[in-house]
Each structure stands twice: as C-alpha cells, then as structure tokens.
Design a protein around this ligand. Structure first.
Ligand SMILES: Cc1ncc(COP(=O)(O)O)c(C=O)c1O
Length: 449
C-alpha cells in the first residue's frame, strides 16, 4: 500500500515543483475560495489515503503561494532546498521522536552534527549549547529563558522553581526596531512586552550604542543581526563591550542576518556578534531548510540546560546531550536531519554562494529601481530592499498592482514613518532572469498612471 501511496505523493509533488515557475506567485481568488471544499462536517466514514492525497492536491495545490519558485520576495522567505525536501520525506518515513537519544539515536546524532557545523559556519564560539526549535520566535524565547535563568541565579534567585513573583527585577533593553517576535517571547517569559527599555536607532534601524541606558548585571540587552526591513546590523562590538563591563547579558536576534557569516565577503558584518551570550536564528529563512527550523545557541550550556531540563524517573539522564533538556519542547520532529542535509549538500562553498548570490540580486533590484527614478530607502547591506514610489497611497497602489500581476510578490512595510514595498531575496531558486522579470513587472506597475 505504502509503495503506491508514496509514489503518488512523489509524482504529485514533482509535478508541483515542475509547474512552480509558471504558476502565479500568489493564488487567484477562485483557488483561495475553493479551499472551503476541504471542510464541511467531519466525515463519519474513513477515506482511502490515495483519495485523501488526491483531494489535498486538487483543493490545496491551486491555493498555494509559490515560495518554491524564484519570484517570491515577501517577508524573509526562502524555498526548500532539494536535499531538505528529500530528507524531510525520509524523516517522516522514519517517524523519529527527537526528544531523547533512546527514542532516536539517529535524530540526536544528526542534530548534534548539524548544530556543530552551523555553529562553526556562523563563527560562534566553540563549546556553546545549541537547540533546534521551530523558528526564530522560539529561538529568541530559548535564548532569553537562559538569560533570565543566569541573571536571576547570580542574584540568588531560582526562577525555574520560584517563578518571577517577588524576584529581583530584570531590565530588558531593546532597540526601537526590535522584531515583534522577540517582544512576544519576552511576554511569554514573564519579562513583559511593555516593560522593555527602548533605545533609539539610526536611519537604518541600528541601535545607537551612544544612547544605551546604564547597564548592570541584571540587564539583558537584545541586539539584532539583520533588521527585518533594512537588513542592518546593530553595532555589536560596542554594545557587547559595554555589556561585558557591566556584567549584562547580550542576546542576538539574528533570524536571517547571522547567516551572512557563511560568506567570507559578508562575515565582517556578523563577526562582532560572536561576543554575545545567546543567539537566535532560522534555518527556514536564508539557508532554505524549509519549515520549520529555528536554532538557538547559548554560550553557557549550563544556563540553557538549567532552564529547559526535566527530571522524571523514566527520563534517562545519559552521558551525552539529551536534546529535550535544551529545548522548550519534549516530543519533536527530527528537524535537525533536514538542517544536516542542507549543510552537507551546500558545503562551505555552497553556503557562501547562496549568501552572495541573493545579496547580489538585492543590489540589482535596488540599482534597477533607482535607475527608473524610484527611491530606495535603505542601504542595501545584505538581501533586503525598501522602495517607495512616492506617497503612501501611490506606493500601496503600485504594490497592489505588482501583486495582482502575479509575476512576483512583494509585501508592504512602514519604514520610519514612510510606507514602502519590501523586497527580500532569500531563495536559492532565484535567478538573474527572475530578478529581471520581477523588476520589469514592478517598473511596469509603477509607471502606470
Ligand atoms: C529579525 C527577525 N526576528 C524574528 C523573526 C521571527 O521568526 P519566525 O517567524 O521564524 O518565528 C523574524 C521573521 O521574519 C525576523 O526577521
């Protein structure tokens, strides 16, 4: 049975990938409306898995967003690399629970290796702890949980056992351009979304080191490697120095920007972030691992273990690292295997090429738009471009036309009071031809009266 079913799934998936370049980048309204056909009351009778798959393909495929093509520039969205897709199928067939070594020695081993390879590729210090989680939101949560533990432990408080009620207060410092997901993580940790001290930023969204408040050993400073709008990097060297002198903790949200380290050409941007205490990033963004894959690293393994470990008679301690003692989750998909497959597939050269190629495409977008007389609002330091077509209304109108044309997809943002269209080049699939076709579509939309 499974032979026929999996062969059918592989055939349908291959056909999908073969057609992706010709598909609209965002589905049309009929296809989206057609999703309702998947609903209705929960059927009483079981269905044949072949029929379930056929239904999924019939209803779901037309309504997909073509992020597997090379002309999707929304959010910070890559495509899934072939090695990751194949590894994902393999892992699903294995059905491994990556919580503990005894549940899956294979999942634990691939995860260990992938984390170590990635740590090295990102230029982070050796001997640090790593965790594979679902995304940068949870990676931020994980790093900040370790920070909360370490700073309160130093103050003589056991936060895991006694909670935050009556605890010595912690101060959390963020830049004005902090990503909302980090603020959400602070809320989930009881550190408060609104309690943060916000530091002013410069015109690129970089935290101003000269405007830092006084720091002490009960302060967590959250800095960014790669602003979601501009791609800008906070001045990590100055901030980490000030934090170290004060005994403060520095956490890095490097969701995508930290991966600039994979290219010798861009590594100078991320180098100073290695002095921090914890780091969060996303395999599903720039490395194109596919969803979902977040990574957290913590300099002091004990700080992470102390906040995430569980003790129960039936949970073996083990001499080796047990994944679930370093992650918020217990049962987990073996997503470290896909990360391993991507890193093994790319090698150092492939990693560098991916970063350099996508940054080159972003520069071409910026140059092409400027040449047509449009204003690029950011310094294009990595793969992010912000463009204005004039007034807020005009920019929104052009963007709606671009989306409607369906050649490419770019989203909106507000950058320091101005409405802009965001172009994020994050996919390994994007070619120079994709960029030219997309530029032409954008320019056409922008010149229409
Ligand atoms: C800088 C930054 N931090 C955090 C996130 C949240 O990542 P995720 O959606 O993987 O949780 C993003 C997403 O774009 C981001 O750009």
């Amino acid at each position: 049975m499974h032979n026929e079913l999996l062969a059918d799934a592989a055939r349908r998936a291959s056909e999908y990938l073969d057609s992706v370049a010709e598909r609209r980048v965002w589905p049309d309204a009929d296809a989206v409306a057609g999703l309702a056909a998947a609903g209705g009351p929960l059927p009483y009778e079981p269905a044949d898995p072949m029929e379930v798959l056929a239904q999924l393909d019939r209803i779901g495929t037309p309504a997909t967003v073509s992020t597997q093509g090379g002309r999707y520039f929304g959010f910070v969205t890559g495509s899934t690399q072939p090695a990751a897709l194949a590894a994902n199928w393999m892992v699903s067939a294995w059905d491994q629970n990556a919580a503990m070594r005894v549940m899956s020695p294979a999942a634990a081993a691939f995860e260990d290796i992938a984390l170590e390879w990635l740590r090295d590729a990102l230029g982070l210090p050796s001997g640090i702890a790593g965790a594979v989680v679902t995304g940068a939101t949870m990676a931020n949560f994980t790093g900040l949980a370790a920070a909360r533990h370490a700073l309160l432990e130093r103050a003589g408080w056991d936060v895991e056992n006694d909670g935050l009620f009556g605890a010595p207060p912690l101060t959390v410092v963020v830049g004005e351009e902090v990503h909302v997901s980090l603020v959400k993580a602070l809320g989930m940790l009881g550190l408060g979304r609104r309690r943060v001290v916000r530091v002013p930023v410069d015109g690129q969204g970089r935290m101003r080191a000269d405007a830092l408040p006084p720091l002490d050993s009960r302060t967590i400073v959250c800095i960014q490697a790669g602003n979601v709008n501009t791609g800008a990097f906070d001045p990590a060297a100055e901030i980490c120095r000030a934090a170290q002198e004060a005994g403060a903790w520095v956490h890095v949200d490097g969701a995508f920007g930290l991966f600039a380290a994979m290219s010798p050409q861009y590594r100078h941007l991320t180098g100073p972030f290695a002095a921090a205490d914890s780091w969060a990033c996303d395999g599903h963004k720039w490395p194109n691992v596919g969803y979902d894959c977040g990574l957290a690293f913590v300099r002091d393994p004990q700080a992470l273990r102390a906040t995430m470990a569980m003790v129960a008679a039936y949970l073996p301690e083990g001499a080796k690292r047990e994944p679930c003692h370093y992650t918020p989750e217990m049962s987990r998909r073996a997503r470290g295997v896909e990360l391993w497959a991507v890193l093994r597939g790319m090698g150092r050269r492939g990693m560098a090429e991916l970063i350099e190629r996508t940054c080159g495409h972003a520069r071409r977008f910026a140059d092409g738009l400027r040449a047509e007389g449009f204003e690029v609002l950011n310094d294009v330091v990595i793969n992010q471009v912000l463009v204005s077509f004039g007034s807020a209304e005009r920019t929104m109108e052009v963007m709606a036309r671009v989306q409607q044309a369906g050649v490419c997809w770019c989203g909106e943002t507000k950058w320091q009071g101005r409405v802009a269209m965001r172009i994020s080049v994050s996919s390994w699939v994007t070619t120079a031809e994709d960029v030219e076709a997309s530029l032409a579509s954008i320019v056409r939309a922008a010149h229409l009266k």
